[in-house]
Design a protein around this ligand. Structure first.
Ligand SMILES: [Fe+2]
Length: 377
């Protein structure tokens, strides 16, 4: 356990059904022109139109942008920056999944800055002050992106995902309104939900965990394990959606402070190489990596098993994770995404992120190869 830590969080976090209706009152009083970045799904479902109506009724001019691809390249963020500059926007609101919120987060920071996203992504320029006021509304539960101070972007040359990171990038307001997660399909619910489950477990076992993050991570884990199967089976189950949204939010608060683990370390290169959605990659990897970690660090896994009331041992936790993935119809391997032995070099070479460093057990290249070998089914 680490005794000293810094906490970087949104200035205000509102969690309740209906919280999105409070959006106009949370924006700076003098803001007039809002850059609203919405995910494609939120546009199709009509949720984006609802937010636009809420803002327009409050007298705000709304500039809508959508079409952000998963883990976008810096050039995609530049489209948002350009729209914000051209329209002289004075605040940014995002409604969507992790990639939409991450892209909006970077745009809000860089619209009033000099240069373009690539300058900051490569480290040629540094973010030195707060950008535009930024409100994040997650439309999935979830990635936790509304709580973090980084944007996961993809280098178009190498296809490697890496983060643009700054304490100035954290949202001013995170509005977690479970109502906006109702339209997620069962598949999206499963992938995002298991991403949150993994994030909770990795935050709980992180070597950077502390007295603030561990209780949050454990509470989040219990909520997600309880709510996710119900939300998957019946997307209109508002109690399940609400508990899942809270679990995801608490997970985000925790891991934004203490980092993640080897599942996220491996998921990023697997995802970029094989085009596996982030949540699916985490869900497929989780059982093998939990088992690997639990071999030498069983106690936190046994503690999670006891907290979930699924047994007393680390093996009980691993078995529970495997059964949860099966219940949510997650494939047991990456064969359908085309995983081949020839991909291992790329994945192993590019898995050594910050997440890997906070994994409770050191994972050698050979260990990573063995885990990947077990996922070729
Ligand atoms: Fe994740």
């Amino acid at each position: 356990m680490n005794d000293f830590y810094d906490l970087i969080l949104p200035r205000e976090i509102r969690f309740r059904s209906g919280a999105a209706n409070e959006l106009p009152g949370l924006l700076p009083a003098l803001s007039e022109r809002i850059l609203f970045i919405a995910g494609n799904h939120a546009v199709k479902s009509g949720d984006a139109a609802t937010i636009i109506a809420i803002l327009e009724q409050a007298g705000k001019k709304v500039i809508l942008l959508s079409g952000v691809p998963p883990e976008p390249a810096p050039a995609e963020v530049d489209k948002l920056i350009k729209a914000g500059r051209d329209n002289q926007c004075d605040a940014v609101v995002a409604l969507g999944g992790g990639s939409v919120i991450d892209a909006a987060k970077a745009a809000a920071a860089l619209i009033p800055a000099e240069g373009w996203c690539q300058d900051y992504f490569t480290g040629a320029k540094k973010i030195t002050e707060k950008g535009l006021f930024f409100v994040a509304l997650p439309a999935s539960a979830g990635t936790g992106a509304e709580m973090t101070s980084n944007s996961v972007l993809t280098d178009p040359e190498t296809q490697i995902k890496q983060s643009l990171r700054s304490p100035y990038m954290v949202a001013d307001v995170a509005l977690v309104d479970p109502h906006y997660t109702i339209t997620a399909s069962p598949y999206l619910t499963a992938c995002c939900g298991l991403d949150a489950f993994v994030q909770a477990a990795e935050a709980f076992t992180s070597t950077r965990g502390n007295s603030f993050t561990k209780p949050l991570a454990l509470t989040a884990l219990k909520k997600i394990a309880h709510a996710l199967p119900a939300a998957y089976k019946n997307g209109n189950d508002m109690d399940a959606r609400t508990e899942q949204a809270e679990g995801s939010m608490l997970t985000g608060i925790a891991f934004a402070q203490c980092g993640l683990g080897a599942i996220h370390g491996l998921a990023h290169p697997c995802g970029s190489l094989l085009s596996i959605p982030h949540g699916a990659a985490c869900a497929i990897l989780m059982t093998s990596v939990f088992r690997f970690n639990a071999e030498t660090c069983p106690e936190p896994y046994a503690e999670m098993a006891r907290a979930l009331a699924v047994g007393n041992t680390a093996e009980d936790f691993v078995a529970f994770a495997a059964s949860l993935a099966k219940e949510l119809n997650i494939p047991s391997g990456m064969k359908e995404y085309g995983l081949q032995e020839e991909h291992f070099d790329f994945i192993v070479k590019n898995c050594r992120s910050g997440s890997m460093k906070s994994n409770p057990r050191y994972m050698t290249d050979e260990d990573a190869r063995q885990i990947l070998s077990g996922l070729m089914n």
